[in-house]
Design a protein around this ligand. Structure first.
Ligand code: MV4
Length: 458
């Protein structure tokens, strides 16, 4: 087992990784930017190294700085968390060259999944359902028109290097296609340095359903069920839950066996997520695979009782998975709300000093945060300041626990998205489980019944 792990991240995920290391008896090294000197991840790590100025590009994204910090402190592994360098095949390769274990998949698998058109081809070959579309990057206007005509409109043009919604265009008729391809290519080139795009049949108002998997270095792969992540705005997830009300046990078993086959086909190791679109008829299609720990991993931990971060560390150290598929059980229902330092009306960032920070605990409540009273939220990084995760015997109890937790939370000094979450948690469509990626747009267009005279009726 590792003796010392360097955590190449900040905020609540850096703390989450420290928890796992402490429980496993592994020493920790925090790295931090000048803006994070007083952060909790620095305080609770055994050692710490400043790796540069506040801007991410100069600190948390600086591979030589991260590697130097690992060399200086004698860390034998690096956990990248999520965001930042977590899906950098380059960091994983440099780690290999330096004899430092990268806690994540093999660099070649990271690179494969980073190319969405290639991932599509490989998944199709492994028997994973994909949407009709181009076999690879599209090669010219004529070919694009031919493929789109074959699959039928609407289609979606996506960047091969994309993900997270950048470089995407929905096209509803042939006359719009060539303009969409050109703008998507330009956007992709600017954002990722690779202008390749591919075409897929567009699914109207799908659900976003993703499967958590774990694979060890001995060829064992298990799945930990799904997360429903349809409630998002501008490709930022707001609320995630497990299980999804859209899956029957039969579909869950089918999708689970599909993702296990897919992971085995690419010799996937460590934690990973296979994302699917589910159409209103319940058919599912592979969208992309994320080769990192995800923000929403706690909802899976709550329903399975498996510590995904500890599993990641054990897997990277060469150990076998601690459970077999037949030993994975799913109990109750879990929901996560991401609390952002944002104006809940305008979604504009709201950094600054938090005077009072208090999110109550209670039965079935888990708080993941590095915020505390008298801490400062920096404008340099992501606006997520806390995750509230609840577990209940069923979805109704989970919703009730989330509501009472957020109702009794006090965050003073900055604006947060807590009021928005409370409104969603009272929405009839949310309560009925009528979710899709169009949920938030529809929700925000609804007349407001809270805050006014009609509020008494709610
Ligand atoms: C789609 C789609 C509909 N049809 N692909 C958005 C992010 C990127 N990962 C892929 N995305 C989508 N791909 C086809 N063929 C709809 C989306 C999409 C979406 C997906 C998941 C969660 C939220 C979304 C919001 C808008 C569009």
């Amino acid at each position: 087992m590792f003796k010392k792990i360097l955590i190449a991240n900040r905020g609540e995920v850096a703390l989450r990784i420290i928890y796992a290391c402490r429980e496993l008896g592994i020493k920790t090294v925090a790295v931090y930017s000048e803006a994070d000197e007083n952060s909790l991840h620095v305080r609770f790590a055994d050692e710490d190294v400043c790796i540069g100025p506040p801007r991410s590009a100069d600190s948390y994204l600086n591979v030589p700085a991260v590697i130097s910090a690992a060399e200086i402190t004698g860390a034998d592994a690096i956990h990248p968390g999520y965001g930042f360098l977590s899906e950098s095949a380059y960091l994983a390769e440099v780690c290999e060259a330096c004899h430092i274990k990268f806690i994540g998949p093999d660099p070649n698998v990271i690179r494969l999944m980073g190319d969405k058109a290639r991932a599509r081809r490989v998944m199709k070959k492994a028997g994973v359902p994909i949407l009709p579309g181009s076999d690879g990057p599209i090669e010219g206007e004529e070919k694009a028109l031919k493929i789109a005509k074959e699959i039928g409109y609407p289609v979606i043009v996506k960047a091969t290097a994309g993900g997270g919604g950048r470089g995407m265009r929905v096209v509803r008729q042939a006359s719009e296609l060539s303009h969409a391809v050109k703008t998507a290519q330009r956007e992709a080139e600017a954002a990722f340095g690779v202008g390749d795009v591919y075409i897929e049949k567009y699914v109207e108002s799908p659900r976003h359903i993703e499967f958590q998997i774990l694979g060890d270095q001995h060829g064992n792969v298990i799945h930990l069920g799904e997360r429903e992540c349809s409630i998002q705005r501008r490709h930022q997830k707001l609320i995630e839950e497990s299980p999804s009300v859209a899956l029957t046990d039969k579909i869950r078993r089918r999708m689970g066996s599909v993702v296990i086959d897919a992971a085995k086909a690419v010799r996937y190791t460590n934690a990973g997520t296979f994302e699917f679109l589910m159409d209103p008829e319940g058919r599912f299609y592979f969208m992309e695979a994320n080769t990192r720990l995800q923000v929403e991993h706690p909802v899976t931990e709550m329903v399975t009782g498996i510590d995904i971060v500890k599993e990641q560390i054990r897997i990277a150290a060469g150990e076998r998975l601690s459970v077999k598929q037949s030993e994975v059980t799913f109990t109750g229902h879990s929901i996560e709300c991401r609390v952002n330092a944002e104006d809940p009306e305008m979604f504009t960032p709201s950094p600054g000093l938090i005077h009072v920070f208090s999110i109550p605990s209670g039965p079935g409540v888990r708080i993941e945060t590095s915020a505390h009273s008298d801490c400062t939220i920096s404008p340099y990084y992501d606006s997520m300041i806390a995750k509230v995760i609840v577990h209940g015997r069923d979805r109704t109890e989970a919703i009730a626990r989330m509501r009472r937790t957020l109702e009794m939370s006090v965050v003073e000094g900055i604006k947060t998205t807590i009021p928005l979450h409370l409104r969603i948690l009272k929405d009839p469509d949310f309560i009925a489980g009528k979710l899709s990626t169009a949920f938030m747009e529809q929700f925000l267009a609804k007349p407001r019944t809270t805050g006014g005279r009609l509020a008494e009726a709610v």
